[in-house]
Design a protein around this ligand. Structure first.
Ligand SMILES: [Zn+2]
Length: 58
């Protein structure tokens, strides 16, 4: 099982680690939760990051 998607528990945003950009500030995420798919992250109530994921609603 891979954990490609990283969620930030504080902001409720998640990132695609295979397309992360410096703007994602991945290293500054303290409260981390991992997902195996975008669908799983969305179902858990997380929003896709503008910088590394398509289809962001923000
Ligand atoms: Zn991101």
């Amino acid at each position: 099982m891979t954990s490609r998607y990283l969620g930030n528990k504080n902001t409720k945003e998640f990132h695609d680690l295979q397309h992360q950009t410096p703007k994602c500030n991945i290293s500054e995420i303290v409260e981390r939760v991992y997902f195996t798919s975008e669908q799983q992250a969305k179902r858990a109530g997380y929003d896709p990051c503008d910088h590394c994921l398509e289809g962001s609603t923000r």
